[in-house]
Design a protein around this ligand. Structure first.
Ligand SMILES: [Zn+2]
Length: 480
């Protein structure tokens, strides 16, 4: 399948970013190289070894793909859903070879293993555009985990979260802040890509940008010891600090930049429900332009109001959360190229105070207005702020607020792939895409709750779970 031209081709999947960091222009030959399918001898674009997605300096080794596997599968299912078109193939099969999908009802390679999945709906692996694999319930209450958990310990917790995420069918996540776990996100991303541990493909933001006294600034910590505590965000308190902060992110391996354009619920006016703005439009433009220069997108945590206007005008890829989006924000989003990632569930599961209930009601109304206005909506959850492995409840909320089940599934597949600029690589079952596949019992197009009934998960061509044969991953799964 032809990939949509990316404005960021040189850094997305190849090494010339290293040259860029060294001040050397990326050569024209650095464009994406098609993977050659050895069975049919045809180039298959869009499906390459995941280690090739890693950006410098995470790939210092000459060997990009340490274990070449070429196992072929024929996955038979009662229904096969291609989300972008909405087409459902009855009683067909998907052919996989190595890490690539060869297509629906495609020619079957010799020696392929047939997997009969029965009365399930088979579809591309799901994508969560807003996760925190290194965050847990107990990390958000005093004393913050950053004060008592080591980063290696939190990395191990992240492995557990990655397994729980994959177990419910999410094969790609965009992890938006490792919450002070000292680059655990880049470490886990690379370990998963190399097959060291199972987990979803990770696109990571690393340390986000914020301001002193704003969100992610460790309130309540004794100021005498704050300088010695790992920080969950970098403080940007002057215009001159912006560019170095973005470059530091690139150097440390972030795939995108996360910025907090509004602050917390604590700093939201309880009467007007107006959030506290952290950056203006010129500052946002500087962040986005510097990120784009390195081929990175920007995700903006924003509740609503002037800061969201500034972020959209500056060209951020996504607005995260948006529970307090104004009508003006919704109109601006609808006519922009920016996607909204609502993360409905993270607030819906926490409605204890009157303020929190009003917050959730506003979120619901904004979602309904955005649907009507044609805002582009991607699926994201903020999981980590609530238990890992439960974020598929977001589907139920989206549908209960008026989204069609197919559109909710698109938000987590084809639309999310576009947000990530990975069209044709993930979020589809088309020939040449990555072999990320999930099957659920029943038909989620008829009853979205069926999306919880996961029966089969394949990631990067490897079966992680198959409930029909009672197969689950074991540590033999590891590639290295
Ligand atoms: Zn978040």
């Amino acid at each position: 399948m032809a990939r949509r031209a990316s404005p960021f081709p040189s850094l997305r999947r190849t090494l010339p970013g290293l040259l860029l960091l060294a001040g050397v222009s990326a050569p024209a030959s650095a464009a994406i190289q098609p993977h050659v399918n050895q069975t049919q001898g045809q180039p298959v674009s869009g499906c390459t070894a995941r280690t090739e997605n890693l950006k410098p300096p995470q790939v210092p080794f000459g060997q990009q793909n340490p274990v070449a596997e070429d196992k072929a599968y024929v996955l038979r299912a009662a229904r096969i859903l291609e989300p972008a078109s909405g087409q459902v193939t009855q009683g067909g099969y998907v052919v996989v070879r190595g890490t690539c999908i060869l297509g629906v009802n495609a020619a079957i390679p010799a020696g392929a293993e047939t997997v009969e999945l029965g009365d399930v709906t088979l579809m591309p692996g799901l994508i969560d555009l807003h996760t925190h694999l290194f965050l847990r319930d107990e990390d958000q209450v005093w004393p913050y985990s950053i004060l008592w958990k080591t980063s290696p310990y939190r990395t191990i917790e992240g492995v557990d979260a990655a397994i729980k995420t994959l177990n419910i069918g999410f094969t790609t996540v965009r992890d938006l802040d490792d919450e002070g776990a000292l680059d655990s996100d880049t470490a886990l991303r690379d370990a998963i890509a190399r097959g060291v541990v199972p987990g979803p493909q990770m696109i990571v933001a690393g340390v986000p940008l914020t301001i002193t006294g704003g969100d992610m600034n460790l309130p309540l910590v004794n100021p005498e010891i704050q300088p010695h505590v790992p920080q969950p965000a970098e403080m940007i308190d002057s215009d001159a600090a912006i560019v170095p902060a973005v470059r530091e992110r690139i150097k440390r391996g972030s795939d995108l930049i996360k910025v907090y354009v509004t602050s917390t619920r604590r700093q939201t006016d309880p009467v007007t429900m107006m959030p506290f703005s952290q950056f203006d439009v010129q500052q946002m433009r500087t962040i986005v332009q510097e990120a784009h220069r390195y081929g990175r997108d920007v995700a903006a945590h924003g509740y609503g109001g002037p800061a969201v206007e500034a972020a959209v005008a500056a060209g951020v890829r996504t607005i995260e959360h948006g529970p307090l989006l104004t009508d003006q924000n919704i109109a601006s989003l609808a006519k922009s190229d920016t996607y909204w990632v609502p993360t409905l569930i993270t607030y819906a599961v926490r409605q204890n105070t009157d303020f929190e209930k009003r917050f959730v009601a506003h979120h619901r109304d904004a979602f309904r207005k955005a649907l009507k206005a044609g805002v582009k909506i991607g699926f994201g959850t903020d999981v980590g702020s609530f238990p890992h492995g439960t974020q598929n409840g977001e589907f139920d909320l989206m549908v209960s607020y008026g989204m069609k089940p197919l559109d909710a599934i698109r938000a987590a597949t084809s639309v999310a792939a576009t947000v990530l600029r990975l069209d044709g690589q993930v979020g589809t079952l088309a020939a040449g895409s990555d072999a990320d596949i999930v099957a659920v019992a029943g038909d989620p197009l008829q009853a979205i709750a069926d999306i919880h009934k996961v029966r089969f998960v394949m990631t990067d061509g490897r079966i992680f779970r198959n409930d029909v044969t009672d197969q689950r991953f074991d540590w033999e799964w590891s590639r290295r």
